[in-house]
Ligand binder design. Structure first.
Ligand SMILES: [Zn+2]
Length: 455
C-alpha cells in the first residue's frame, strides 16, 4: 500500500498534459488519460477542477498523429510529489504509451497558467511550433516532462496545458472497450443512433450522416474507443450514451471538454503574401479566376486578398462543396477558412478550403440579340456592324444593338460547410453557428456527477 505524504501544507493545482501516446498498435491518448483519471479518482486525494480537456491542435501538421489530439488533466491536490511519482510508475507499468509513438507527458504545478504557455498553446492551434520552443518553456516554468521517440509529443502536451478553453467549446463522452475486445468489430444498431440523434439534435451532433446513411460515432481502428458522442454539455452527451444498448461489456466512459466542432484553428486572419505551409486561418477575399473542376472532381480557383496578393484555392470533392464553388465568378467577395498545403512538383502552394461563405456576388450579364418589333422573335445578326434581320418576317434593323441581360446567379449569399463525413475534428458544423459559448473562468466549472464511470 502506497503511503502519501503531504509535500506542502497548501494544496495546489496540477496540470498534466499528454500527447501522442497513440500509435497504430491500438493505444490512444484519451485512453491513457482515462486510466490516469481512474487512478486519481480512486485515491481520493485529488479533486478535478475541470473536465479533462481534449485539444485538437493544428490539423495541417504533416507529422501529427491521427487527429492531432492532446489531453490535459487539471486537479487540485496536496500530495503532488507523490502523485507525480505514481503517475510515472503508472505510465510505465500499464504500458500506456505505445511503442512506435512519440509521446510527451508534461506536468505543471500552479494555480494559474503563465501567459507565455497560453500563447504557445494558441500558436499550436494554427501554426507550426517547434519542440525547441516547448523545451525552453519547460525549462523556464519548471515543467516536468517525460518524452520518448522523437520527442515531438512535448509540443502537444505543453500546448494542452496552455489551453484554457474559456472561449467556445463542446463536450465528448468517450466510451472505452475492454482490452480483450480491442481489434474486434464494434456492434451497434444504427437505428438507435438515429433515434437519439433525433431526440437530442442540435445539443448532440455528428452522430449520423443522413445523406450518406453512415454512423459517425464509431471509430474503425483497433484502438480502445468504442464510440464518442459529441454535444453541447456533459449531461447531454452522457445521457445520449446511456440511451444506447451496447451489447459489449465496456470498460467505462469519460467526458472531455474539447475544442472539437469550434473552428478554433481558423480564428487567425491571414493575408496571402507571406502565408506559410501548414498554417491555418481565414481570409475575406475576392475570386480572381473562375473555378475549374479538375480530375477527381475538385474545384480550383484563385483568390485575391485586400492588398492584392493572389493565391490558388482548392475545394475538394468529398466536402460536397464543389457544386457551390463551381458557381463562383470573378469579383465575388467570399470569406474562406483554410489550411495551407505545401507546394509540390505538381502543385503550387494552395489553400485547402475548409468552409466557404459567399458575401457578395458580382452581377453577371449575358448578351442576346434584339427582338423583332413585329413578331416578337429574336433577330439574327447580319454580321459585324451590319445590324439584325428577323428570319420570320424578314424585316431588317440596321441600328439595333445587342442587349445585356442580367444573368441569374444560382448561388446563395450564405455560409457553406463540408458534409459531416468530410468533417475534421475541429470543423464547426453549420448548426453550431450562433450556439457558441464561453466561460467566465475555469473556476466556474462544476463537474456533472456522471462525467466518469468504470464498469
Ligand atoms: Zn419579325
Amino acid at each position: 500500500m502506497q503511503v502519501y505524504t503531504k509535500t506542502s501544507a497548501k494544496s495546489s493545482v496540477v496540470h498534466i498534459g499528454l500527447d501522442d501516446t497513440d500509435s497504430t498498435r491500438g493505444k490512444c491518448t484519451t485512453h491513457a488519460a482515462y486510466r490516469i483519471t481512474d487512478y486519481l479518482l480512486n485515491h481520493k486525494f485529488s479533486e478535478f477542477v475541470d473536465y479533462p480537456l481534449l485539444i485538437r491542435l493544428n490539423p495541417n501538421i504533416p507529422w501529427k498523429t491521427r487527429g492531432n489530439g492532446a489531453v490535459c488533466l487539471r486537479f487540485r491536490t496536496a500530495y503532488h510529489e507523490d502523485v507525480l511519482d505514481r503517475l510515472m510508475d503508472l505510465v510505465d507499468h500499464e504500458r500506456l504509451v505505445a511503442s512506435g509513438a512519440n509521446p510527451g507527458i508534461a506536468v505543471y504545478c500552479g494555480e494559474s497558467i503563465p501567459p507565455s504557455i497560453q500563447s504557445f498553446a494558441r500558436k499550436a492551434l494554427y501554426d507550426v511550433v517547434s519542440r525547441k520552443m516547448a523545451e525552453e518553456l519547460a525549462k523556464r516554468h519548471q515543467i516536468r516532462f517525460f518524452i520518448d521517440g522523437n520527442g515531438q509529443g512535448l509540443v502537444g502536451s505543453i500546448a494542452a496545458i496552455g489551453t484554457l478553453l474559456q472561449e467556445d467549446h463542446t463536450f465528448e463522452a468517450v466510451a472505452y472497450r475492454k482490452q480483450e475486445k480491442c481489434g474486434t468489430l464494434r456492434k451497434l444498431d444504427s437505428a438507435q443512433v438515429v433515434q437519439y440523434d433525433t431526440e437530442t439534435f442540435p445539443y448532440t451532433f455528428n452522430n449520423y450522416d443522413r445523406s450518406h446513411h453512415r454512423v459517425l460515432i464509431l471509430p474503425h481502428g483497433p484502438d480502445p474507443v468504442f464510440c464518442g458522442i459529441r454535444g453541447e454539455s456533459a449531461e447531454i452527451v452522457v445521457s445520449a450514451l446511456r440511451k444506447l444498448q451496447i451489447s459489449e461489456k465496456l470498460e467505462g466512459h469519460m467526458v472531455f471538454r474539447t475544442n472539437q466542432g469550434t473552428n478554433q484553428h481558423l480564428q487567425n486572419e491571414m493575408g496571402f503574401a507571406d502565408i506559410k505551409c501548414y498554417t491555418a486561418g481565414f481570409s475575406q477575399c475576392r475570386v480572381d479566376s473562375r473555378p475549374t473542376v479538375i480530375e477527381g472532381g475538385h474545384a480550383i480557383f484563385s483568390v485575391r486578398d485586400p492588398v492584392g496578393a493572389v493565391v490558388n484555392a482548392a475545394v475538394y470533392e468529398p466536402t460536397d462543396l464543389v457544386n457551390i464553388a463551381a458557381k463562383l465568378e470573378v469579383g465575388d467577395v467570399i470569406k474562406i477558412g483554410f489550411g495551407v498545403r505545401k507546394p509540390s512538383s505538381k502543385h503550387l502552394r494552395i489553400l485547402n478550403v475548409e468552409y466557404l461563405q459567399v458575401l457578395e456576388t458580382k452581377e453577371i450579364f449575358e448578351t442576346v440579340n434584339p427582338i423583332c418589333l413585329t413578331c416578337n422573335k429574336r433577330m439574327k445578326s447580319e454580321g459585324m456592324n451590319k445590324g439584325f434581320r428577323c428570319h420570320k418576317c424578314g424585316s431588317r434593323n440596321k441600328d439595333a444593338k445587342k442587349i445585356l441581360i442580367l444573368k441569374p446567379r444560382m448561388i446563395e449569399t450564405r455560409l457553406f460547410v463540408p458534409t459531416p463525413r468530410a468533417h475534421r475534428h475541429l470543423t464547426k458544423p453549420v448548426h453550431r453557428y450562433g450556439m457558441e459559448k464561453s466561460l467566465r473562468s475555469t473556476s466556474a466549472i462544476t463537474l456533472c456527477p456522471a462525467w466518469f464511470s468504470k464498469t
